[in-house]
Design a protein around this ligand. Structure first.
Ligand code: SF4
Length: 347
């Protein structure tokens, strides 16, 4: 009786989400200079059993994105997770550093019907990319992608769509335009650009674009957009310029959820409890002139409660009301501390 009632309550509270993002691992085989990976304590893969507790709730969304602060292909259960999502009729994607896309892995990714693979880049030359994305090798990534496209062609498979995810930094911006040519050469359909907003130490501050060299940045973005159009590529970016006043969060936190490798349900990757050290102390990041602790914001854990119950909690409702993009911008003091020191409200 209780089981039936829980299922019924889960149904009537069903959220509609644009996507559910799942941190399938917090381990990584790279050590990018801007990433907190080396500092993260208690790294783990999400167990398949925990992932499966999410399956009944996938009906709330069409897209499951298997991504957090780690490299998804390291989780030995990744393919079972993709298979389970596809069996529910969902679109599935993940972002990878591309280093583990060997022949067998690429074949599996294609055979499972994975819809999107996004390859992280931070340069269009090995010198730049490999310096920033330490532990990765652009030449090998290109070879892996090339082989994956050949396998896909041989199998006459339409999927996965391959995207590039380019992190714009002050020291690699000059190579952005060349990424369009690289994408065209490798049959990549989309280039999505982001910029550094989570800055883990003062040494990285010069890499954040924000309002620096605004004319040069705009010129490069416009030239890349023109190049992409010529090559029939989708090119998506947010201007790195900060607004004068903080406003709404630019993440889609009212229509998506992120689940940590340990099962915590949070609104965005910056609120993941993953961002803490071995001793449980939070990592820090630079916000304007101060060093701020990362403040996790979990509304519940899928090991103990259903996603619907968590989504319907008063605290999560209050959070979404504060971040409702159709309402007035929230008062700073009413926000959770992590949101007060987050560039996503200014970018
Ligand atoms: S403003 Fe808050 S919800 Fe939005 S990205 Fe930042 S920490 Fe996440």
């Amino acid at each position: 009786m209780l089981g039936w009632m829980n299922t019924f309550l889960d149904r009537i509270g069903s959220p509609e989400l644009d996507w559910i993002q799942v941190e399938v691992t917090s381990r990584c085989n790279a050590a990018c200079v801007y990433c907190p990976q080396p500092l993260i304590g208690h790294k783990r893969h999400m167990p398949l059993g925990l992932f499966k507790t999410l399956l009944p709730f996938l009906r709330y969304t069409d897209l499951v994105y298997l991504q957090g602060w780690g490299e998804p292909l390291l989780n030995p259960d990744l393919f079972s997770m993709i298979r389970a999502c596809k069996a529910k009729g969902k679109r599935v994607g993940f972002t990878t550093n591309g280093m583990l896309l060997d022949e067998e892995t690429s074949s599996k990714v294609i055979d499972l019907g994975t819809d999107i693979i996004s390859i992280s880049l931070a340069g269009a030359t090995p010198a730049t990319h490999d310096r920033i994305r330490k532990g990765t090798d652009l030449v090998k990534i290109i070879q892996n992608l090339d082989r994956m496209q050949q396998i896909r062609a041989k199998k006459k498979a339409r999927h996965p769509e391959i995207h590039f995810s380019y992190l714009m930094l002050a020291s690699n911006l000059h190579e952005l335009q060349d990424v369009a040519g690289l994408a065209k050469h490798l049959g990549v359909g989309q280039v999505v650009c982001s910029h550094l907003t989570w800055i883990q130490n003062r040494g990285l501050w010069p890499e954040a674009l924000f309002n620096r060299e605004a004319d040069r940045v705009t010129g490069i973005l416009e030239a890349t957009a023109a190049e992409a159009q010529k090559e029939h590529l989708v090119f998506a970016f947010n201007s790195p310029a900060l607004r004068n006043e903080a406003g709404h969060c630019s993440e889609n936190v009212c229509r998506s959820s992120v689940v940590s490798a340990a099962g915590d349900v949070v609104p965005c990757v910056f609120a993941l409890p993953t961002l803490s050290r071995d001793d449980g102390q939070p990592l820090s990041h630079i916000f304007h002139d101060s060093l701020e602790p990362c403040r996790p914001l979990s509304f519940g854990n899928i090991a103990q409660e259903s996603l619907t119950r968590i989504w319907e909690k008063e605290a999560y409702h209050r959070f979404r009301d504060l971040h409702d993009p159709t309402a007035a911008a929230p008062d700073m003091n009413s926000l959770p501390p992590g949101c007060r020191s987050c560039y996503k409200r200014e970018a």
